[in-house]
Design a binder for this molecule. Structure first.
Ligand SMILES: CSC[C@@H](O)[C@@H](O)C(=O)COP(=O)(O)O
Ligand SMILES: [Zn+2]
Length: 231
C-alpha cells in the first residue's frame, strides 16, 4: 500500500477533522509561545487513527496534507508523507493515548520551563509542582476515572521528569510519572516544557490553558515571595 496516497484520511471540509484541527490549534498555540521555533506540537486520536504532525517543521504553518496517520492498534502508518519524518514526540503522545487520552499537547511554554527550574531537584525522589487555593485549579479534572474537576481547596500536583538529549528517550520516565501520579493529566519536563492530555481536544486545550495560567501566576508569586501552598 502506498502510504503517501491515503489522502482521504486527511481531506475534509470539516474544521473539526483532526488533520484540520491540528493545524489551526498549532497556529493558535504559536501566538501563546507554546510551539515556536518548531518546538512543541499536538496529536489527536480519532477512533483507531492517530494524527501526528511532522518533525522539525514550523508548527504554525502546517497544512493537513503534512499529517501522518497511524493505526492505533497496529502502530502502522496508514499515511506517511515522504518529505517528512513523524514528530519525535510520537512515543510520548502514544503513552497519553494508552491512558485513554483523545488529544495530547506538548508545549515549550516558558512558564512551564520556569516552574521546572523553581521546583528543587530532590535526588532519589520524584519532583512535583504543587499549588492550592487558586481559582483556576478548578479547570483541571480530579483524575482518570473520577468525576468532575479539582475544587478550590484541593491541591494540584504536576510531576516533573528530567529532560533527555532526545525527545523519544523521555517515554520511559513519562510513563513512570503517569503511574506514580495516576490522577495527573500532565507531566512537566525540566528545562524543556510540558505534556498535557485530555479525554478530547476541548479538554486537552482548556487544561493546557489553565495550567499555563497557573504556571505564570506561580512564577509571579515566587518573585513576590508568596507561597504556593499553605504548608
Ligand atoms: C526546537 S527543537 C524541539 C524538539 O527537539 C522537540 O523538543 C519538540 O518539541 C518538537 O519535536 P518535533 O520532532 O519537531 O515534533
Ligand atoms: Zn519538545
Amino acid at each position: 500500500m502506498a502510504e503517501e496516497n491515503q489522502d482521504h484520511l486527511i481531506q475534509s471540509e470539516d474544521p473539526q477533522h483532526p488533520a484540520n484541527l491540528i493545524c489551526t490549534l498549532c497556529a493558535k498555540f504559536y501566538t501563546l509561545g507554546w510551539v515556536t521555533g518548531t518546538g512543541g506540537g499536538t496529536s489527536i486520536r480519532h477512533h483507531d487513527h492517530i494524527y501526528i504532525a511532522p518533525s522539525g517543521v514550523q508548527k504554525e504553518l502546517m497544512k493537513p496534507e503534512d499529517m501522518f496517520v497511524m493505526e492505533y492498534e497496529s502502530r502502522n502508518y496508514l499515511r506517511r508523507p515522504s518529505v517528512h519524518k513523524p514528530s519525535a514526540c510520537t512515543p510520548l503522545f502514544l503513552a497519553a493515548f494508552d491512558k485513554g487520552a483523545g488529544c495530547c499537547i506538548h508545549t515549550h511554554s516558558q512558564w512551564a520551563v520556569l516552574i521546572t527550574l523553581l521546583v528543587e531537584r530532590d535526588f532519589g525522589k520524584e519532583a512535583c509542582f504543587e499549588i492550592e487555593e487558586i481559582e483556576q485549579i478548578k479547570g483541571i479534572p480530579k483524575g482518570r476515572g473520577k468525576q468532575g474537576n479539582l475544587g478550590y481547596y484541593d491541591r494540584l500536583r504536576i510531576p516533573i521528569i528530567e529532560n533527555t538529549a532526545h525527545e523519544e528517550d523521555l517515554t520511559e520516565s513519562l510513563t513512570k510519572a503517569m503511574e506514580s501520579y495516576p490522577d495527573t493529566y500532565a507531566v512537566l519536563v525540566r528545562r524543556h516544557g510540558i505534556y498535557v492530555w485530555g479525554d478530547n481536544v476541548h479538554k486537552a486545550k482548556t487544561q493546557c490553558e489553565s495550567l499555563d495560567y497557573i504556571f505564570q501566576l506561580a512564577v509571579r508569586m515566587k518573585e513576590l515571595g508568596l507561597p504556593w501552598t499553605k504548608q
